[in-house]
Design a protein around this ligand. Structure first.
Ligand code: ZN
Ligand code: ZN
Ligand code: ZN
Ligand code: ZN
Ligand code: ZN
Length: 309
């Protein structure tokens, strides 16, 4: 009704001869048919196309600028201002909030020793770092993470046990060996007394001859005991020649043993007691051992058989 009223006013103004139709607004169109005066009675026939003082609603993403009154549009919709989808949000219009598709979701990188589970795109983390899985230091490797290989400190180094005759230089920790076992070196030893020889045993106080024996053979051998300490093994053979108590008596025959080095120094001495045998009886390969004699493996030693007082 209001529109019509306005139009009528405009028409009346025109009819009143006040000049051209005012057409300030380009959007306003008024078609006026000049009244036909046929008599004193004026008949006015008017065809009116609506004129609107548009009340514009700004263009939106999807709608052009539109008059809220008449619905007329102008231009184009602005279109959405898309922001790319992120890990947590879908593609979204920054203007109208419309979304498309869905969030991309995080691209998780597994937790490492030092970093928690982390999105490679946005950097979001979840949980905590795993921490290193340390393997203890060894002789040759420092404390090392079995996962990432990080090291801490330094290798312990081997704990060497010197070579022995049975085993090479060996690490007490890891068992690594170096080189060979020590070579067994046995010193040379020779009997320096001509055989057969007669050995006399005198009473220590009386100086009286107690026994006489003839040594016919001495077999001498050396065995390593440990670390340059040797056992010297003698095997005596011989016979009894005299016993101060008479032929049927069997006082042990006694033989003195002295060991010299190559410079004539006495190294050790001992006494061999023969089995209790009687005059005329013999003995063979009767063993006498000297234990733990310190000998230089590279030296040569000499044995002398001696009378005993
Ligand atoms: Zn309008
Ligand atoms: Zn939008
Ligand atoms: Zn992310
Ligand atoms: Zn690690
Ligand atoms: Zn080792």
């Amino acid at each position: 009704m209001k529109k019509f009223y306005l139009l009528t006013v405009a028409l009346i103004m025109c009819l009143s001869g006040c000049g051209d139709t005012d057409s300030d607004s380009q959007n306003s169109q008024t078609n006026v048919t000049t009244p036909t005066v046929s008599s004193s009675i004026t008949t006015t026939t008017t065809t009116v196309t609506t004129t609107c003082n548009h009340i514009w609603i700004e263009a939106s993403c999807t709608e052009p600028k539109t008059c809220s009154v008449c619905g007329e549009t102008s231009g184009e919709p602005t279109g959405h201002q898309w922001e790319e989808a992120t890990c947590t949000t879908p593609k979204i219009c920054s203007v109208c909030g419309k979304t498309e598709g869905s969030a991309k979701g995080h691209k998780w990188k597994d937790a490492t020793c030092t970093e928690p589970k982390t999105c490679s795109v946005c950097g979001k983390t979840d949980g905590s770092a795993k921490g290193h899985k340390w393997k203890d230091a060894t002789c040759t490797e420092p404390k090392t993470c079995s996962v990432c290989g990080k090291t801490d400190g330094s290798a312990k180094g081997h704990k060497w046990k010197e070579a022995t005759y049975d085993s090479p230089k060996t690490c007490k920790t890891c068992g690594k060996t170096e080189g060979d076992p020590l070579e067994r070196v046995i010193p040379n030893i020779y009997l320096n007394t001509q055989l057969p020889c007669q050995i006399n045993h005198y009473g220590s106080l009386t100086n009286k001859l107690m026994t006489t024996s003839t040594i016919t053979g001495v077999d001498i051998s050396i065995e390593e005991n440990y670390n340059k300490s040797f056992d010297i093994i003698f095997k005596f053979s011989g016979q009894r020649d005299y016993d101060y108590q008479g032929e049927l008596h069997s006082t042990a025959a006694v033989v003195g043993i002295k060991i010299y080095d190559s410079n004539g120094n006495v190294v050790d001495s001992d006494t061999y007691y023969s089995p209790n045998i009687c005059y005329g009886e013999t003995f063979a390969n009767d063993e006498k051992k000297m234990y733990y004699v310190k000998l230089d493996p590279s030296e040569t030693y000499y044995v002398e058989l001696l009378n005993v007082k």
